[in-house]
Ligand binder design. Structure first.
Ligand code: LLP
Length: 487
């Protein structure tokens, strides 16, 4: 369970819901300390730690009940904070649309901030998860930094007012022109390969600025997630292998006017549901840091990336909270007097949003029942791309005589891969009924396309005072035609 959910209120209370800065969070777990031990200079650690038997989460964590900013009340209606989603549907410019709770975003950031108390840290929000400008401005106002993977994400972060010296530029194929902008702005840059190092050196020369760099090292810890979102293994296209570490240290030493090595970075993957995995990686990373320091580098940042999973299944599973994550690396970070950088995307934004759809109709073919909705893989591709599960429910009560059946929930796009959910037990919905896909705040709108000329949907959020505000216009057919003007 994400601790950040625990202030979600049932609809009857949510009108009086006020911003609370003090969340009570789960107590610490897995608090083993690794003593500071000078290591040899072989620079060749193996990821043996990931083979340790998984530790279990304490019962304190398990007793906290999952709650969500979207709640089904006893009247059978789905609410977002205090508002009936069905009512919001009536006022939306078009469907499908994304609906967020601003308060849930606040609560999620607070959960991380509280967890990080006592540590020097940067919460680098991974903009790729959701690049809505209004959301970015809100995250920036709460003190977040940003994690960027393109020049445009950097430009957007600057537009949203992020402090560039709390931003980190990542990526295995960073372009020289984007690196020049990053160097000019004083952004941290992660070195990903030999050619990336060369480009960073060039960018430093072009901009006349020394660049603060971190080495992105693949600790080869298995994150136990879908292969498409696993990144820290030895055959990954990201980062460098530890065998090459000495080469990179020598290369940095050879460019004292262009590069200042300030830290080490790793990112294991996404949707990780065991904090031991982060700890295993952090143990390896601080050992690398020890070895790097032994060579005279004054490096002070450990960046453990993002990747914390969320409860997509809504089935009462107990998932690690931000506090669980931070507590599992806290002593390690303190023992080396390090600044901790984290790069959460999903765990900050996924559970704050639903994709709200309307049922176009219901049909049966062979042994399959289908609910056909207006939303599709164009607006939300995760189920099609990763076979990802996102919880689906109807927004209002069904008539008592509605038969419950097993449905595939599909869109109108001309692809059999166009599904939002498979084999879901749902009451047979009436045409026009509202249906939501939950946990759609991360990697949904930001991965949306205009396939089949389904234009990207509008976005709304419920403000702190319970009003609904549009935070992004829906794209229109006219927007599409504009790309051909004057040709
Ligand atoms: N840092 C780096 C270097 C990353 O590559 C990522 C995500 C993050 C941070 C943020 O990870 P998060 O906390 O959000 O898990 N499209 C996929 C997820 C791709 C994640 C890519 N990297 C999905 O829909 O599940």
């Amino acid at each position: 369970m994400a601790a950040s959910h625990i202030l979600s209120q049932p609809p009857s209370f949510s009108k009086s819901l006020k911003y609370r800065s003090k969340l009570s969070l789960n107590p610490s777990i897995l608090k083993a300390t690794v003593p500071f031990k000078p290591t040899s200079r072989t620079l060749n650690l193996r990821a043996v730690l990931s083979q340790n038997p998984a530790k279990t989460i304490t019962s304190d964590t398990q007793t906290q009940k999952f709650q969500h900013c979207f709640t089904k009340s006893e009247d059978g209606h789905l609410y977002c904070e205090g508002l009936r989603v069905e009512d919001v549907m009536e006022t939306a410019e078009k469907r499908p649309f994304y609906l967020y709770s601003k308060l849930q975003i606040t609560r999620n950031v607070e959960a991380y901030r509280e967890a990080l108390e006592g540590l020097n840290s940067i919460i680098g929000y991974a903009i790729k998860a959701n690049n809505n400008l209004k959301i970015l401005e809100h995250l920036r106002s709460m003190g977040c930094g940003a994690v960027l993977v393109s020049g445009n994400e950097l430009r957007l972060a600057l537009r949203a007012g992020f402090d560039p010296t709390r931003c980190i530029f990542n990526g295995n194929g960073k372009l020289l022109e984007d690196l020049v902008l990053a160097a000019q702005e004083g952004v941290f840059v992660n070195i990903d390969s030999e050619f990336d190092l060369e480009n960073i050196v060039s960018a430093a020369r072009i901009s006349g600025k020394k660049v603060n760099v971190l080495l992105r090292i693949n600790p080869d810890v298995d994150p136990q997630v879908h292969p498409y979102i696993s990144t820290g293994n030895k055959n990954s296209k990201f980062g460098i292998r530890n065998e090459k570490l000495q080469w990179f240290l020598d290369a940095v030493k050879a460019h004292p006017n262009e590069l200042k090595l300030v830290g080490a970075h790793c990112h294991l993957g996404s949707t990780i549901t065991k904090v031991d995995i982060f700890r295993d990686a952090a143990v390896l990373m601080v050992n690398y840091i020890d070895q790097i320091r032994e060579q005279g580098f004054e490096i002070n940042y450990l960046n453990i990336g993002g990747g914390l999973g969320i409860d997509y299944y809504h089935a009462g599973a107990v998932l690690p909270t931000p506090r669980d994550l931070i507590d599992t690396v806290r002593e390690l970070v303190l023992s080396r007097n390090l600044h901790l950088i984290i790069e959460p995307g999903r765990s900050l934004i996924a559970n704050t949003c639903c994709l709200v759809n309307r049922v176009t109709g219901v049909k049966t073919n062979g042994t399959k029942n289908f609910i056909v909705i207006d939303g599709s893989m164009a607006e939300l591709i995760r189920p099609s791309l990763y076979d990802a599960y996102q919880h689906i429910e109807l927004v209002s009560p069904s008539p008592p005589d509605a038969e419950t059946s097993t449905f595939d929930v599909v869109g109108p796009v001309c692809e059999s891969a166009d599904f939002l959910g498979k084999d879901r037990e749902l009451p047979t919905p009436a045409r026009g009924a509202g249906l939501v896909v939950h946990d759609a705040g991360a990697y949904c709108m930001s991965m949306a396309s205009t396939y089949n000329l389904k234009m990207r949907p509008p976005e709304y959020w419920v403000e702190e005072d319970g009003s609904v505000a549009k935070i992004r216009h829906g794209e229109t057919f006219e927007d599409h035609l504009r790309y051909f003007e004057g040709l």
